[in-house]
Structures are given as C-alpha cells and as structure tokens.
Design a protein around this ligand. Structure first.
Ligand code: XMP
Ligand code: MG
Length: 180
C-alpha cells in the first residue's frame, strides 16, 4: 500500500470483479445499439479502459474533459467543457462513463448538453457513487460501489493530480492534506 494511504476501501480484485459485472449488464442491455461510449476525463480513464474490454458488442469511444474540483477537494459548482467530443452525438445511444458522482452537477450538466445535441438516449455508468453528496436530481443507470461522504483517491481519482495510478481505491492520511 502507498505510504500516503490511510485505508483501502476496495482492492484491485474487487474493482475488477465489479467491472466484469457492469460489462455483462451493459453488453446485455446494449445489444444491437452500437453505443457511443464517452469517457469523462481525466478521472474515468482507467475505468473506461477496463470497462470497454468487458463490453462484448460493437461500440465506439470518445473523450470529453470537464472542469470540476481543480486542486481542491470541494466542488466549485462550476462545470465547463475543457475538451469536447470529436464526433456528433445526434441520433446516438450514448453511454457516459464516469469515475465518481458526488453532487451530480457535472453529469446533470453533461446530460443536458448531450440531449441538447439530440442524442437518441443518454445512459450513465459510474464506478463509484457518493449519494450523500447529491445536490441535484440525477438518474444513474449503473453504479459500481456506493461510498460514504469521504474524499477518495486511486484507480484514476486524484488529489492535486496525484495517486491516479493506484490500482485500488482508498482514503488519504490527514497529514497529506495539511502539508499541501
Ligand atoms: P460532482 O459533484 O459534479 O462531482 O458529482 C463529480 C466529479 O468530482 C470529482 N470527485 C472526486 N474526485 N475523489 C476525487 O478524486 C473524490 O472523492 C471525488 N468526489 C468527486 C470527480 O472528478 C468527479 O468527476
Ligand atoms: Mg472526474
């Protein structure tokens, strides 16, 4: 375990097992749909990569980056498209792949944008959900793990851009925050 981590919440094996299950459900539900799978950068890049390998149907992928927390652990409430999609979503069944949902602001904004561009359908899959942080109504179709209202890092998730490479998800030691 990394020296800055206080506690592991889910191991690499537990995460991979969950992604297997999610991939099977999505494979079943999206048969014949040729979905456009959208990764919300940066946090979802590892989940995206592991998930699409478990979806056994034809699909296309694209990437989008939105600003959210910056260097802080609290949501600014400001959502901005930093990198837009390369392909049009009009008439497409879109599957949005997110690492973690907290307030729900990021995804409710994204869903509105994609609906405004006439996506045929929008579906959300998130590996981690923190329902206790929700400030807007958001329908989440596939959820991996439900987390308490605590800041987590690893498996794509960062604190000040660090720890994304940890293959598990965990909670940082308090002194990591006070030293930065
Ligand atoms: P909202 O509040 O818009 O947040 O649903 C979604 C985005 O916030 C980030 N986020 C986290 N990042 N550890 C992180 O490293 C966390 O515990 C955490 N909670 C939310 C994340 O980027 C997500 O896309
Ligand atoms: Mg993110």
């Amino acid at each position: 375990m990394h020296n800055d981590i206080k506690k592991t919440l889910y191991s690499e094996e537990q995460i991979q097992e969950k992604i297997n299950d999610l991939g099977q459900m999505i494979t079943r539900d999206f048969k014949e749909k040729n979905p456009l799978v959208i990764c919300v950068l940066k946090g979802a890049f590892i989940f995206m990569s592991d998930l699409v390998k478990k979806i056994d149907i034809p699909l296309e992928i694209d990437f989008m980056a939105v600003s959210s927390y910056g260097q802080s652990t609290k949501s600014s409430g400001v959502v901005k498209i930093v990198k837009d999609l390369d392909v049009p979503v009009e008439g497409r069944d879109v599957l949005i792949v997110e690492d973690i949902i907290d307030s729900g602001l990021t995804l409710s904004y994204l869903v509105d944008v994609l609906k405004g561009r006439n996506a045929l359908s929008t579906t959300i899959v998130t590996l981690f959900d923190k329902p206790g942080g929700r400030t807007v109504d958001l329908e989440v179709d596939y959820k991996g793990f439900i987390l308490p209202n605590e800041f987590v890092v690893g498996y794509g998730l960062d604190y000040a851009e660090k720890y994304r490479n940890l293959p598990y998800i965990g909670i940082l030691k308090n002194e990591v925050y006070s030293h930065s």
